[in-house]
Design a protein around this ligand. Structure first.
Ligand code: USQ
Length: 406
């Protein structure tokens, strides 16, 4: 297949591009490199040393003989260029990762809120609009989030996208239908993914676009089979307060003797998936497309659920790290249960990497190896969800006063 990977320079996009190229697909990365600019804005860098996209693709060719082409295109801003590219290249499938994906970054300031909404919603709509305009029947696979559901526990498992509901008709009978599971975003970023869902629903219904939406949990880990092939193919690893996600942050914190930064009581339960399983799921979704005229196909892309404090205690036991219970910068339920259905990927053959088997090698192979690159001052989470939460974040877990808050 000829596959366009939009956002193929990012944390999930890069290993996905390698995985699909290794399986013989013709891969094209379209990316505006915004993630690299955001590193510069925040004054942070990936824990793992990361080469330019051109250098990465050169090494891939050197190691495997396969080519991945890179095209510098801004999906949200360059609609005409995107349309021309699609018309000229006519890919069989398009994988859409090209969105600002960090909840704390999206809540940093009014400017960051605007950026996230403008970038994410325009990118998705430009893509859908262009696919229709150039008459391209490519299978669109989008990286969504479990966060569209809102993690609330109602004592029932979260279904894969659609909820059967009974509606009482005027004649007193019960009509049943399936609706999108009610959206309940917890950040501006998550809200944009909820808006994406509606865009997909409309374009599948109105124009017959074939769309798969993957509601992914929190990704942990760094390496995949392909990124391990050469030191310069390594994936990025974020540990800072905006882009670092909880489990990868705890791993690096443990490696450098920094107290594990649990927000609030740590009673938040979230869904997780290893990066290797994430790229495998995308491949499985690609090979099982919906038919033209079908509704959007939705998968829950996760393999385990865990409570944040249980993860912290597990890593503390493994490594001897201390756990710090901190004021929560986010407006979120302090405690929740979470049960998620994920039968579809398991039936298609996904064989999950469990936390129990993968964690220790991650600590040793990545966190310890690159610990010398950590800037401790970038670890605290300083993006507050509301203005009244900001003053509670003035000190870091080691008691030092932070220079700027917000
Ligand atoms: N948390 C801590 N300590 C930390 C960092 C986070 O206790 O140092 C807590 C947060 O308060 C939150 C939970 O851990 O309750 C998860 O936070 P996170 O930063 O790991 O993940 P999140 O902001 O939800 O976003 C990440 C990705 C996003 C993806 C989402 C999947 O950045 O792109 O969509 O995970 S999900 O969480 O299932 O919605």
């Amino acid at each position: 297949m000829k596959i366009a990977v939009l956002g193929g320079d990012g944390f999930v996009g890069w290993p996905t591009s390698l995985h699909l190229s290794a399986r013989g697909h013709e891969v094209h990365i379209l990316d505006n490199l915004s993630r690299r600019w955001i590193d510069t804005e925040l004054g942070v860098q990936s824990l793992t040393p990361m080469d330019s996209i051109q250098e990465r693709t050169r090494i891939w060719h050197q190691e495997t003989g396969r080519r991945i082409r890179f095209h510098l295109i801004d999906l949200a801003g360059d609609y005409e260029i995107l349309k021309r590219w699609l018309a000229e290249h006519r890919p069989d499938a398009v994988i859409h990762f090209a969105e600002q994906r960090a909840a704390p970054y999206s809540m940093k300031s009014d400017r960051h809120k605007n950026y996230t909404v403008n970038n994410n919603v325009n990118a998705t709509h430009n893509l859908l609009n262009a696919l229709v305009e150039v008459g391209l029947d490519a299978h669109l696979v989008h990286l969504g989030t479990m966060g569209v559901y809102g993690y609330s526990s109602v004592g029932a498992a979260i279904p894969e996208g659609y909820l059967p509901v009974g509606v009482e008709t005027l004649s007193g009978e019960t009509a049943t239908q399936e609706i999108l599971y009610p959206a309940n975003p917890g950040s501006i970023y998550h809200m944009t993914k909820c808006l994406d869902q509606l865009l997909f629903q409309f374009y599948a219904k109105n124009d017959g676009l074939r769309i798969t939406d993957l509601h992914q949990g929190i990704v942990w880990g760094t390496h995949t089979q392909e990124t391990k092939l050469h030191a310069q193919l390594i994936n990025r690893f974020d540990y800072d307060g905006d882009y670092g996600t909880v489990l990868n942050r705890f791993l690096i914190q443990a490696a450098i003797g920094y107290p594990l930064t649990v927000h609030g009581t740590g009673g938040q339960t979230r869904a997780f998936i290893h990066i290797q399983d994430s790229v495998r799921c995308i491949e499985l979704a690609l090979t099982n497309p919906p038919k033209r005229g079908d509704r959007v196909k939705i998968f829950n892309q996760m393999t385990e659920t865990h409570r944040v404090r249980d993860l912290a205690e597990l890593i503390a036991r493994m490594t001897g790290a201390k756990v710090a219970y901190l004021p929560n910068p986010r407006k979120e339920a302090p405690e929740n249960d979470l049960v998620v259905e994920n039968e579809q990927f398991l039936k298609l053959g996904l064989n999950p990497t469990t936390l129990a088997e993968g964690l220790l090698s991650e600590v040793v192979d990545v966190a310890k190896k690159f610990a010398y690159r950590v800037d401790r001052s970038r670890i605290p989470c300083v993006s507050a969800w509301t203005k009244d939460l900001a003053p509670t974040l003035e000190r870091d877990p080691e008691g030092k006063r932070l220079k700027s808050v917000g």
